[in-house]
Write a protein that binds this ligand. Structure first.
Ligand code: CA
Ligand code: CA
Ligand code: CA
Ligand code: CA
Length: 243
C-alpha cells in the first residue's frame, strides 16, 4: 500500500504563513553602564583581550573579570543589582591576555590563573580575601613573555585540573606548555613528553573538549595563520594523548 501526502493549495498557503509566526528575532539591550561597568578596551589594541564571567567569590552571583590593553585586569563583583569594581586586587602591573577562575586545588574556592603580554603567566591561590601568587612554588615557569590563551581540563581523569598554555612569539617560535596537576599544589610540565607542545607555532588559544565522545578530554589548538607548521591542531586523547 502506498501512502500519499496530500497538500491542497489552501493548506500549502497555511504552512507558508504559519511558520514565520514562530520565528522571532532576538533583541538585546546594552545594560553595561546601567549596571556599573564603564570599561572599553583601547581601540588601538592590535589583539583582543579576554573576559571571564564567573562567580569568583562563590556567593551564587556571576562576576565579571576583564583584560585590557596595556593595563592590569579589572574585576567587578555582582551585588545582585549591578556590579561594584574591586580596587584592592592590584595583583599584577602587566597587560593580561586571558584569565580563568578555577579551583585547581579542590579546596572549594576559585583561584586565579592569568597569562600576560610582556610578562610571565601567574597562578594565584585564593586564601580568604587574598590572592597569593604561588606560580614559582607550584612549578609554573614561563618559557615565554608572550603568552596568549590557555585552557584548563582534567586530561588524565584524576580529579585535578591540568592546564595548557599557548605561547605566541612571532619572531622566535616558542613551544606551548602543558602542566599536569600533581594534586599537591604543584605541577609538572609534560608538553613535549605527551606530544602536544605544538612546536614553534605562534599559538593563540586552546580548548579541552571530548570531541570523539569517548569519555576523555581531547585538545584543540588554534595557531596564527603565519605559523610555520599548521593553523589548527586537534590531539585525540589516546592513552593520555600522544598524537
Ligand atoms: Ca559572585
Ligand atoms: Ca581553590
Ligand atoms: Ca588531572
Ligand atoms: Ca575524547
Amino acid at each position: 500500500m502506498t501512502n500519499f501526502l496530500l497538500i491542497s493549495p489552501r493548506s500549502l498557503i497555511s504552512v507558508v504563513v504559519w511558520v514565520p509566526l514562530f520565528l522571532h528575532a532576538q533583541t538585546y539591550t546594552d545594560l553595561a553602564l546601567d549596571l556599573g561597568i564603564s570599561h572599553s578596551n583601547d581601540a588601538s589594541a592590535y589583539w583582543g583581550a579576554g573576559v571571564s564571567f564567573a562567580d569568583f567569590n562563590d556567593d551564587g552571583l556571576d562576576d565579571i573579570s576583564i583584560c585590557q590593553k596595556g593595563q592590569p585586569p579589572l574585576f567587578f563583583q555582582n551585588n545582585g543589582n549591578g556590579f561594584d569594581p574591586i580596587s584592592n586586587w592590584v595583583i599584577i602591573a602587566s597587560e593580561v591576555k586571558s584569565l580563568s577562575w578555577v579551583d585547581f586545588d579542590n579546596d572549594g574556592d576559585k583561584d586565579l590563573f592569568l597569562t600576560c603580554y610582556n610578562a610571565p603567566y601567574h597562578l594565584y591561590r585564593r586564601d580568604g580575601e587574598a590572592l597569593v601568587d604561588i606560580s614559582t612554588e607550584a612549578g609554573l615557569i614561563s618559557t615565554s613573555n608572550q603568552t596568549f590563551g590557555h585552557s584548563w581540563g582534567d586530561y588524565n581523569g584524576d580529579g585535578f585540573l591540568d592546564v595548557y598554555i599557548n605561547n605566541y612569539n612571532y619572531f622566535d617560535g616558542v613551544a606551548n606548555q602543558f602542566y599536569e596537576n600533581n594534586g599537591d599544589g604543584t605541577f609538572t610540565e609534560k608538553g613535549a613528553e605527551l606530544g602536544i607542545d605544538n612546536g614553534p607555532n605562534f599559538s593563540f588559544q586552546s580548548l579541552w573538549i571530548d570531541f570523539d565522545e569517548d569519555g576523555d578530554q581531547d585538545l584543540f589548538i588554534i595557531n596564527d595563520n603565519d605559523s610555520p607548521q599548521a593553523l589548527t591542531k586537534i590531539s585525540q586523547n589516546v592513552d593520555r594523548l600522544r598524537s
